[in-house]
Design a protein around this ligand. Structure first.
Ligand SMILES: Cc1cc2nc3c(=O)[nH]c(=O)nc-3n(C[C@H](O)[C@H](O)[C@H](O)COP(=O)(O)OP(=O)(O)OC[C@H]3O[C@@H](n4cnc5c(N)ncnc54)[C@H](O)[C@@H]3O)c2cc1C
Length: 373
């Protein structure tokens, strides 16, 4: 629907994770009247549990719409960060730490050398580093590592701060931010929704509603008669007190990410265990093995934290972004799986364009919720 009236369009966004917050920011910025509802606190779920790496995943290496939105989001990140930090006063703790994708086995060397060449050809300068140079660059790395592909420019961020920055920048632009507010039902009959009910009362006269409720989107869509599968994919993570690494390290079984304040994240598992958001001794032990295989000195490092989060999945591992089938004024933005922090800016921008202009600068067709109808 293209909104043409002189009145500002009223949009209710459900979910105060990174996706709902980015959508609230871009909509507010484009002139909409936004109410963002979050049942708990901002970034209280996956968006606060993530590592905050902004690296397009392997599958994005194949040309196609998924790679296109990953790269488009990456290109938006620095300008988006500058703006939302300024307007929200929230420090995103963006670090251009760079990443080393390491070969822990001889058989990975040729693969990673080819990866470095491919990345460089596609605009991400990456060079192969032999063992000797690697020892100088990251002395704490295990001598078992054969070499690594280094991209100097890769960013990492504090994902909870990114979420807050988008939400508070939206608020500074006029959005109504309501935490501890849970959607409990939809108002209206027939093909149009006119608002939502919440534990704190109704929000009425909505021109449209966006469901960005992470893995809980599926049950909300079900209430509107639509099928939008968003299986939770659990991820567990450990943090160490260690300032022994300068770069993020991507190994064969997991990754290490240096953060502010001498903290190092080690992650992450991918598990299909429903909505059980808890850590398990077995997964934590496997993360410790992964971490100490890369950096043996971590055996002596103090563990600072252990946690789990539920990523919003989808049956084909692609995001789900677009109009909800059978409803004229309900939209979905979820299913970002391992890439929601990376994909937040482009998702916010495209959903805002879709709602306010009825068209988007990049195709959303491959991500349409209608593919599950
Ligand atoms: C361990 C781990 C590591 C990760 N690392 C990275 C990484 O390095 N880079 C990257 O790009 N991504 C990473 N991710 C993935 C990323 O965290 C997710 O893709 C992203 O956070 C999803 O954001 P979201 O806003 O869709 O969902 P969520 O963060 O789950 O937000 C949805 C919100 O909706 C709210 N909600 C639900 N139901 C209702 C309701 N009825 N009413 C009101 N509110 C409701 C929830 O409380 C929640 O806050 C990682 C995830 C995990 C778990």
């Amino acid at each position: 629907m293209v909104y043409q009236s002189a009145k500002r369009m009223k949009v209710v966004v459900v979910g105060g994770g990174v996706i709902g917050s980015a959508i609230a920011f871009y909509l507010t910025d484009a002139g909409a009247d936004v109410v963002l509802v979050e049942r708990g606190e901002l970034a209280g779920e996956a968006s606060g549990a993530a590592a905050g790496l902004l690296i397009p995943p392997d599958r994005a290496a194949a040309p196609g719409p998924f790679r296109d939105i990953c790269l488009a989001s990456l290109a938006l990140y620095r300008p988006a960060i500058d703006r939302v930090q300024r307007e929200s006063g929230v420090d995103i703790q963006c670090r251009a730490a760079g990443i080393l994708i390491v070969a822990q086995t001889e058989s990975r060397v040729a693969l990673l050398q080819a990866h470095a060449e491919w990345q460089t050809k596609h605009g991400v300068p990456t060079r192969w580093i032999e063992r000797a140079e690697l020892s100088e660059l990251e002395p704490a790395l295990s001598p078992q590592v054969h070499g690594a592909a280094l991209s100097e420019d890769e960013l990492n961020v504090d994902p909870a701060q990114v979420t807050r920055a988008f939400a508070f920048a939206a608020k500074a632009g006029g959005a109504d931010l309501r935490t501890a507010t849970m959607l409990t039902g939809f108002l209206g009959r027939g093909p149009r929704v006119t608002g939502i009910s919440t534990n704190l009362g109704d929000i009425t006269e909505a021109d449209c509603v966006v469901l960005a409720a992470g893995p809980w989107t599926e049950v909300l869509a079900q209430r509107l008669g639509a099928k939008v599968p968003t299986p939770p994919r659990r991820g567990q993570m450990i943090s160490y007190r260690s300032d022994g690494l300068r770069h993020a390290i991507w190994g064969e079984d997991g990754y290490l990410v240096p953060k502010a304040g001498g903290i190092l994240y080690a992650g992450a598992t991918v598990e299909d265990v429903g909505f059980r958001k808890r850590t398990t001794p077995r997964a934590l032990a496997s993360l410790r093995r992964m971490a100490t295989a890369l950096v043996p000195g971590l055996r002596r490092a103090q563990v600072a934290g252990e946690w789990a989060g539920l990523r919003p999945g989808s049956p084909d591992d692609l995001p789900i972004i677009g109009p909800l089938p059978q409803k004229e004024n309900v939209y979905v933005a979820t299913g970002h799986f391992r890439n929601g922090i990376l994909l937040a800016p482009i998702t916010g921008k495209l959903v805002s364009q879709l709602i306010l202009e009825g068209r988007t600068e990049m195709t959303l067709e491959p991500f349409s919720p209608a593919r599950f109808a």
